[in-house]
Design a protein around this ligand. Structure first.
Ligand code: SAM
Length: 289
């Protein structure tokens, strides 16, 4: 989840360029240049000073992220709004008997599903040991959850699920178009996918300002600084997300691009909107008959 918890006034520095090859690496071949990046955004993100030839393989250390993840999630109104949407969504559908939470992280979505659907079976899929350990603790009171410390691409189950949840995880997976097809494969005909994905570059300074002003209102200056300090690991990992996005290792996309990828994977789109302060896209999809 993209959050930034650097102290205000302290800016990060990116490496000086030695040569610029914007978007030369496109592992998924979705586009040669993300169409969502405006001139202003390039400037705000210090895009042209970024060294794209270094650290192409950079990925987030989810394990290091895990401890701090919930701290700032709890204090992030944009994240809370997403959870609220999911709870509302569950209330509108027939109780799903088999649910997958893919890239479930610390278990916040599964917690809502387990509470709303106590008679359902939930399969919690999360490859990171730190994240899944926290989820197990959080969800210990629910007896209807099975845990798989696996990446989505390593699951070979077939076509029985009524609902797949995948929130802010697809962008970090290798070959996301194929991962959409994997999720399609897990679902029964007519099954539903609740998908939220970070599509835009994570503007670290923008998140820092947003969160800090919210925290300051709620907890005062000292309280806000304390929470930022406790969650400082997130700043580090969020910079890594941005770097991986810029290097093309993590997927960025427009609303049209993710819709067309979902469609190509065999889904019809029932609902689509921009969420998470315009950084992410929410899609509710159904397996095409
Ligand atoms: C930002 S967290 C989101 C956690 C949770 N869905 C939420 O919204 O609170 C992204 C999660 O995706 C997981 N992830 C990364 N690559 C994955 C893959 N190939 N298959 C499944 N999960 C993956 C990470 O380990 C991490 O826990």
């Amino acid at each position: 989840m993209p959050l930034q918890c650097q102290l205000p006034g302290v800016t990060y520095s990116l490496k000086k360029k030695s040569c610029i090859k914007p978007f030369s690496i496109q592992p998924w071949g979705l586009s040669t240049m993300p169409s969502h990046v405006s001139v202003e955004e390039r400037k705000a993100l210090d895009f042209d000073r970024f060294e794209l030839d270094e650290d192409k393989a950079v990925r987030v250390d989810w394990n290091a992220y895990a401890e701090a993840y919930d701290l700032l999630s709890e204090h992030n109104p944009a994240y809370q709004a997403l959870l609220h949407d999911f709870e509302g969504f569950l209330a509108t559908i027939r109780t799903p008997q088999l649910i997958y939470d893919i890239g479930g992280g610390t278990g916040n979505y599964t917690k809502i599903a387990a509470r709303a659907c106590p008679g359902s079976e939930i399969r919690f899929v999360e490859p990171d040991a730190g994240m899944i350990a926290l989820a197990r603790d959080k969800l210990a009171a629910h007896g209807n959850i099975n845990y798989d410390t696996l990446a989505l691409e390593d699951i070979d189950a077939l076509g029985a699920a009524d609902l797949v949840i995948c929130v802010h995880a697809l962008y970090a997976m290798p070959a996301p178009e194929q991962r959409l097809a994997d999720m399609r494969r897990l679902l029964r005909p007519g099954g539903l996918l609740y998908l939220i994905n970070l599509g835009r570059y994570m503007n670290v300074a923008d998140w820092r300002n947003y969160l800090f002003s919210h925290l300051k209102k709620e907890h005062g200056l000292v309280g806000a600084l304390r929470i930022f300090w406790q969650g400082r690991e997130i700043a580090k990992q969020n910079k890594t997300i941005l770097k991986a996005q810029k290097n093309g290792v993590y997927w960025t996309h427009t609303e049209e691009e993710i819709a067309s990828a979902a469609s190509a994977a065999g889904f019809e789109i029932l609902r689509q909107e921009s969420v998470y302060r315009g950084y992410s896209h929410l899609l509710v999809c159904r397996v095409k008959p």
